[in-house]
Write a protein that binds this ligand. Structure first.
Ligand code: BG6
Length: 457
């Protein structure tokens, strides 16, 4: 089999402002919901490491960009911090402009295409206080922010993303306690999801109005849902998980409208989503140019308790597949074929829209156990993880999937929501105390793949 990837395939990594930059309260940055949460409940954060320092990209980006070049990247995705660029919502912070402009310029000078995301879970605290995504005003604020970003950086950035995994803050904040507001409330979840979608649509409309160069998309964690069995009720469960967690964003961003089953779901749950006809037209007219897809693990489900279940348990319940291969550190299933299933789903059901793998990676605890005598982490497990996923991706592409790149999560070990530095994902190891960066074995492997544009035989 030809194991080459197409010419101009994007190779690189994804990261986000809040997880990488540090300087959490410096250089004019406003407070985010994560800064606030850490201040008020530090015990929730693993080893009480907050979002202030993270991986100090703000002060070390020059050296980091050279490292990216050195390991073969031709692209890199990060996010702008909304609270850094517009601390009070209206006045542009010039220090942020200088910082981001220099980051994007240096990436370009080094042959690394910047892909820039506007929102990676980091709601400004001043908006969180007023209800965050439950408040329609946040949508207008986001529209203003998106415009400011396009106007300020549009000459340096051609590829834009509105949101990273918009379903995650909804799921983790309104059906779980891993993001604020940490409640279980389906109605509030639906409202927050709708305003997030509307904010995305308005940002796309701003991009088109300003006639920006380039393209705009969104990054979704398209988690394939697999039923426990072929029984109708298990298949029905998988369908609901897919509608609520994938298609609730995927269909509107690609086709401009919700799947019909969403209306059925909202009616059954007597949930009123506050949309207007005008807004639905806006969404219809502002679909995306491309998709980014984050893939870590599948979702396995079984029939829900139709009569007695509470909340989403009526529709589906989690199921632990006995054959699952689990990453013991993060507890996530590793199922490489999922990427192939995603590729074919987009090819067959989503007009074969251009897409790229925007995140894929493995988080491992205690990597110091794998240090060799030269101080290099021998992370063969990471190499296998990427290679196995890339092989399935290649199979999908050979069958017609329109994929244009692969970004690993992530470049350098970075801070994570509540888990902090417990699970390390980087191609580069970060020494937390000294902030020193050291290449892991996987960095060398990645360089070879990126530079030859193929998997080693
Ligand atoms: C993705 C997010 O869902 O998963 C990242 O976009 C996150 O922000 C990554 O860090 C890995 O998950 P975690 O929780 O192990 O850091």
């Amino acid at each position: 089999m030809n194991n080459r990837f197409p010419d101009h395939f994007l190779w690189g990594a994804a990261a986000s402002g809040p997880q990488l930059e540090g300087a959490g309260s410096k250089y004019g940055k406003g407070k985010t919901v994560w800064d606030y949460w850490f201040e008020t409940e530090p015990e929730k954060f693993y080893q009480q490491i907050g979002p202030e320092t993270t991986s100090s990209f703000y002060s070390r980006y020059k050296e980091d960009i050279l490292l990216m070049k050195d390991i073969g990247f031709n692209s890199f995705r990060t996010s702008i911090s909304w609270a850094r660029l517009l601390p009070d919502g209206t006045t542009i912070n010039q220090e942020a402009v200088t910082f981001y402009r220099d980051v994007f310029s240096r990436l370009r000078e080094n042959g690394i295409k910047p892909i820039v995301n506007l929102y990676h879970f980091d709601m400004p605290y001043r908006l969180h206080k007023k209800g965050g995504w439950e408040n329609r005003e946040t949508v207008e604020e986001f529209y203003r922010y998106a415009k400011a970003a396009f106007q300020t950086f549009g000459d340096l950035v051609n590829t834009w993303v509105t949101f990273n995994e918009p379903i995650v803050p909804v799921e983790m904040g309104y059906l779980n306690d891993k993001h604020l507001p940490a409640v279980y409330d389906l109605e509030r979840a639906a409202r927050a999801a709708y305003f997030t979608l509307l904010a995305h649509g308005k940002a796309v409309s701003a991009f088109r109005e300003l006639a920006n160069n380039g393209e705009i998309g969104i990054i979704l964690n398209l988690t394939p849902s697999y039923p426990k069995s072929d029984l109708a009720e298990d298949r029905e469960a998988a369908k609901w998980a897919d509608i609520l967690f994938n298609r609730s964003f995927l269909d509107p961003v690609v086709f401009g409208k919700y799947p019909v089953e969403m209306t059925e779901f909202l009616a059954k749950e007597t949930i009123d989503v506050p949309y207007t006809d005008k807004e639905l037209v806006l969404l219809m007219n502002n679909t995306v140019d491309f998709l980014g897809v984050n893939y870590y693990q599948p979702r396995r489900v079984q029939a829900g308790d139709k009569e007695t279940g509470a909340g989403l348990d009526k529709y589906f319940k989690p199921y632990h597949w006995p054959k699952a291969k689990i990453n013991p550190h993060r507890g996530w299933e590793i199922y490489e074929k999922g990427l192939y299933d995603i590729a074919l789903n987009i090819r067959d059901n989503y007009r074969n829209i251009p897409w790229y793998v925007a995140e894929n990676g493995i988080g491992v605890e205690g990597e110091e156990a794998f240090l060799d005598e030269h101080g290099e982490v021998q992370d063969d497990y990471r190499i296998h993880f990427m290679a196995d996923h890339l092989r399935w991706l290649q199979k999908g592409m050979a069958e017609g999937a329109n994929c244009f790149g692969y970004h690993v999560w992530t470049f350098l070990d970075n801070w994570s929501w509540l888990n902090e530095y417990k699970n390390r994902y980087g191609l580069l190891r970060l020494d937390l105390a000294t902030q020193t960066r050291t290449k892991k074995k996987s960095a060398q492997w990645f360089k070879q793949v990126a530079e030859t544009n193929q998997l080693p035989a």
